[in-house]
Design a protein around this ligand. Structure first.
Ligand SMILES: Nc1ncnc2c1ncn2[C@@H]1O[C@H](COP(=O)(O)OP(=O)(O)OP(=O)(O)O)[C@@H](O)[C@H]1O
Ligand SMILES: [Mg+2]
Length: 367
């Protein structure tokens, strides 16, 4: 088949891509562009189509509809080994009976490299993942984290156009995950290799990515840089999936400067930032991040101009190391979740408190 050239700058481009397994539509008419040299994460709950999207790019699944382009070239019909992709899957274990050297060199099998060049490339890849000199060992003689670094070396040794990683850290314990996360991030930046990283861990996605693509049921819900998707979540799902959000049903009352004033169920009013266009009487949902709620003892409350205030009683408190998480029952019985730094958290279960929230941190979403 003739290769079709597309005039655009996206390094990887999915255009109207769809994958059906019988009645299940795993990926639905998806358009996505990945800029050159960027690290993009696909983030979403189990079953939302992340792996399927990656497998189509890798050539392990055929799209039911749509096209995939790498560097402007349509690759739908390109065989796997000619796609020049570095792949690390969660269960893509090393070959247990091959030495580390042979494991890493495996990626070069289809490339007619001389023995000397192969040796040099493998050694360089092992140095890049900070495991020089382990070529003669067997995988069982390395720790889990080290084995995952070897998998990384195997993926980068071919100098791939795109690095694909499907939950590569999920088998590692929390501390090791954190280290590996940073290592992958640094490595990606040093090599400048375009990378697609799949995870359902929001912290992983927010901490590493140039761009986060939030997915649900085979659809993209929102894409943007980490701050954008976190601070300006486009809908309930994204706001709920990323971090801890409170959702309060309200009705739009009137415009107040840059804000809208809304009426809550108990007839109190709040100021909030509208995400989109709203009219008086619209039913909306006010989103407040748990970290944006400041607490104080109710007896100490002094009304603050322009701030939203709520009053209630601490129902539940859990200490989380650096922070304390509270569930507070408001006078109107609504329960809000607040997370404050330990230093500012002397409150106990049963304490009467006030909560103040800057209207800037109250966002209105359409229901
Ligand atoms: N080979 C297959 N045959 C039938 N259905 C499949 C197949 N592979 C995936 N699916 C279905 O497609 C949907 C998307 O699956 P996919 O593996 O892409 O999800 P995911 O986002 O990677 O989830 P997870 O976080 O659990 O890995 C799911 O409903 C899944 O059951
Ligand atoms: Mg998956």
């Amino acid at each position: 088949m003739a290769l079709k050239q597309e005039k655009d700058t996206a390094f990887v481009k999915f255009k109207g891509i769809e994958k059906r397994y019988g009645k299940v539509v795993a990926v639905k008419k998806m358009d996505l562009e990945i800029p050159e040299g960027s690290l993009v994460t696909l983030l979403g709950p189990s079953g939302c189509g992340k792996t399927t999207l990656l497998r189509m790019l890798a050539g392990l699944e055929e799209p039911t509809h749509g096209d995939i382009f790498v560097k402007g070239v349509r690759i739908n019909a390109t065989p796997i080994h000619k796609r020049n992709l570095g792949i690390i899957f969660q269960n893509y274990a090393l070959f247990p009976h091959k030495t580390i050297f042979d494991n890493v060199a495996f990626g070069l099998k289809y490339r007619s490299a001389s023995k000397a060049i192969m040796k040099e490339k493998v050694e360089r890849a092992l140095e890049t993942v900070r495991l020089p000199g382990v070529g003669d060992r067997m995988p069982s003689q390395l720790s889990g984290g080290q084995q995952q670094r070897i998998a990384l070396a195997r993926a980068i040794v071919i100098e791939p156009d795109v690095l694909l990683m499907d939950e590569p850290l999920s088998a590692l314990d929390e501390n090791l995950r954190e280290d590996m996360r940073r290592e992958i991030d640094n490595l990606q930046q040093a090599l400048g290799v375009t990378t697609i990283f799949v995870t359902h861990d929001q912290r992983e996605a927010l901490s590493m990515s140039d761009k986060v693509v939030v997915m649900k049921d085979g659809f993209i819900q929102q894409e943007g840089d980490p701050e954008e998707v976190y601070n300006n979540s486009a809908n309930h799902f994204v706001a709920d999936f990323l971090g801890h959000s409170n959702f309060i049903n309200s009705i739009v009352k009137e415009k107040k400067g840059d804000y809208l004033s809304v009426t809550l169920e108990d007839n109190t009013t709040c100021l909030a930032v509208p995400a989109g266009k709203f009219d008086k009487g619209d039913k909306v949902e006010m989103v407040i991040r748990a970290q944006k709620i400041n607490l104080g003892h109710r007896a100490d409350h002094v009304p603050e101009q322009g701030m939203n205030s709520f009053f209630g009683k601490i129902k539940d408190r859990s200490y989380m190391g650096g922070e304390v998480s509270y569930f507070i029952e408001l006078d109107n019985k609504l329960v809000l979740h607040a997370i404050n730094f330990v230093k500012r958290s002397p409150y106990r279960r049963g304490d009467e408190v006030f909560m103040s929230v800057d209207p800037q941190n109250c966002r209105l979403l359409k229901i």
